[in-house]
Ligand binder design. Sequence first.
Ligand code: KG4
Ligand code: ZN
Length: 343
Amino acid sequence: MKILGIESSCDDTSISIIDDKKNIIANDIISQNQIHKNYKGIVPELAARNHVLFIDKILTNILKKNNFKFTDIDLISATVGPGLIGGLLVGLTFAKTLSQVNRIPFVGVNHLEGHALTARLTNSVEYPFLLLLVSGGHSNFYFISEVNKYEFLGGTLDDALGEAFDKVGNILGLSFPGGPQLEIMAKKGNYKNINLPKPLINEKNLDMSFSGLKTAVINIRKKLIENDSICGADIAASFQKSVADILCRKISLAIDVSLKKYDYFENVVVSGGVAANNYLRTKLKKTVELKNKTIFFPPPKLCTDNGAMIAWAGFELYKKGVTTNLNIQAKPRWPLEKIGDRI
Ligand code: KG4
Ligand code: ZN
């Protein structure tokens, strides 16, 4: 089978073709970073307009490059939500139209589900598994029993982690999105020079909070502004260290919680844009292995938004007998654990 996946929930327009043997035949992504960086964040209206500009060109290009016609595609899947409504409408309407005109089955995918299942496309991760999803819009723990069966265990009470990385990056003078550059900047700094808080780290639950950490960075930056570059790198290093300590403590707790609730599980998956961060990957790996569990991360390029993860989730659902009626509407809010209204 060949599966077409379409992702347009935020500022990346991506279309991918994968097959049922887990080969990623194409995964083209047009990033809008250059457009949104002038505004230090994503402007939804501009994002939607640019999805319209690029989406058909990406498709034409990947079909041509791989010498495919529509008759070669067996399944179409697209992100239904959650995300920015303008972008969702573009990708979903495009997918529904392709499905109807070419009489190809359609599966609507939850964006978080795409991130959740990517590691099963790239690695042999068996169900069930514990998931830490850390992206620009979400920072949550879930227990994934099987496809379409997701339980929310806990997560951030305020900012998502990617959002905090981007805002701290902005305070440190980095261009949007700050996350990847903050990781590079942190390598030149020493976390011991700056003391930042670790909100909720000692709470015996899976609540997290990153907004106070961001405010602490603003306050420290104000005090140290004269010293400039060295202190910026120290702040970045200290921010990353605080985040790593929080995530490691909470993932360890999430393993304990999951062991109490479920008979057995072996695997832990960390995915979403922030999971591309190598420093965090190393720290989380060590922590999870000390708890005798196996950790998986998608490759960095598939941690951030992409069409391949949507194609794969669509394929897993299709194998379970799920197809989606073409009258499904885009869902700007759609918690992963409330997936039941997909069909
Ligand atoms: O998953 P994603 O592409 O989009 C959402 O679903 O939100 O995640 C984007 C987020 C951005 O906030 C970006 O700064 C962050 O992931 N990110 C990183 C890194 N690469 C991407 N954060 C920290 N370190 C990185 N290396
Ligand atoms: Zn995402």
